[in-house]
Design a binder for this molecule. Structure first.
Ligand SMILES: [Zn+2]
Length: 354
């Protein structure tokens, strides 16, 4: 006889609670040298020590558990140490990606973590905030895309502004949004490297500034067919970075800002296609974790199915298919997802949804 649904859900909630507690304890004890058992880079938010620090901050805030910030500070110091080495941000696989202005891959990500942690101190300094504002503002020639450039910077600025209320971050966000609105459109590609992520960041900025998006932006929102998205990078069709989940996040945001039910229907259609695709990894970036966050975004605007339950299944499935470190590629990202799945409040894909 199958287990009743509520019993299944409570069993999985217990499992995820144990996972979160276990990972938090482990993160307090893991030595710096363990980072080097994973292929570099070792400092970044995406797959290094800054990602572990960010995940611990996320847990501390979502669970109102300030004691976890001690571990976050510890991993922050590891990230600074790793960043002193060339392998902090570079590896054979990362030599061609521009990382200077990248929040997930580069030094601006460390400044994001420093700023968030600094804000939690009894006597905050302005060290992280000053560095973050300078690094995000630096170049008008920075690529527009999310992963390497200004769309990721805009989203990070809005995220930090939400948590710290720092006026500098709102000014940086306004600057980056202005640049992105003036920039020529990128190829559609996917969320991480194309116009999808740029438009999502801009819609998020309009949402935060409580301004309706202009009609020309809404008219230009990208909407290829599911088949076209799958055909572009078939091996990553189920990923947030290059596949359908990234588009779902854009279309959910489009519905939230315009109220046009066509965007909700488009997101729902893509999610049904997603359910038919094989899963290739567990991570937030490339696999089940990002798929789960897309379902949680859809759950905000659509109650026609139990998207939360499917996201729980994806989270538990993804746990065994991730690297050890970092938010985008590693287990800490799935721990953030686990916290979001079982804690009251609004789930937000770390640094992707401000
Ligand atoms: Zn990816």
């Amino acid at each position: 006889m199958p287990l009743p649904r509520h019993k299944l859900r409570s069993d999985r909630t217990d499992l995820l609670t144990e996972l979160i507690d276990g990972w938090v304890s482990l993160a307090q004890l893991t030595p710096f040298r363990d980072l080097q058992e994973q292929a570099p880079p070792w400092a970044s938010i995406s797959q290094g020590a800054a990602g572990n620090a960010y995940a611990l901050w996320h847990i501390a805030k979502r669970r109102s558990q300030p004691s976890v910030l001690v571990g976050a500070q510890r991993w922050w110091r590891f990230a600074v140490r790793a960043a002193e080495r060339r392998s902090g941000f570079r590896s054979a696989a990362f030599n061609r990606i521009p990382i200077t202005a990248s929040v997930p891959f580069g030094r601006p990500g460390l400044h994001v973590v420093e700023t968030l942690l600094d804000h939690e101190r009894a006597k905050p300094t302005r060290s992280g905030l000053t560095k973050l504002a300078a690094s995000l503002r630096r170049k008008a020639t920075t690529p527009s895309e999310f992963m390497a450039g200004q769309a990721g910077g805009l989203t990070a600025a809005l995220h930090v502004a939400r948590w710290t209320d720092a006026p500098e971050m709102r000014e940086v966000a306004d600057t980056l949004a202005g640049r992105l609105l003036d920039a020529p459109a990128m190829p559609v590609n996917g969320f991480a490297h194309g116009q999808v992520g740029v438009q999502h960041a801009l819609l998020t900025w309009f949402e935060h500034t409580r301004t309706p998006p202009p009609a020309n932006l809404v008219a230009q929102l990208v909407s290829p067919t599911d088949a076209e998205i799958i055909a572009r990078v078939p091996t990553l069709a189920g990923s947030w970075c290059n596949g359908l989940p990234g588009f779902v996040m854009l279309w959910v945001k489009a519905y939230e800002l315009t109220g046009d039910p066509a965007w909700r229907d488009r997101a729902r259609e893509a999610v049904h296609t997603l359910a038919t695709l094989p899963s290739t990894s567990g991570s937030l970036c490339c696999g089940a974790g990002g798929h789960a966050y897309a379902l949680l975004a859809l759950a905000r605007i659509d109650a026609s199915e139990d998207w939360h339950s499917t996201a729980l299944t994806l989270c538990t499935r993804g746990l065994s298919q991730v690297a050890d470190h970092g938010v985008f590629r590693g287990l800490p990202g799935l721990v953030c997802l686990a916290v979001d799945l079982i804690t009251p409040g609004t789930p937000r894909f770390p640094l992707v949804e401000a």
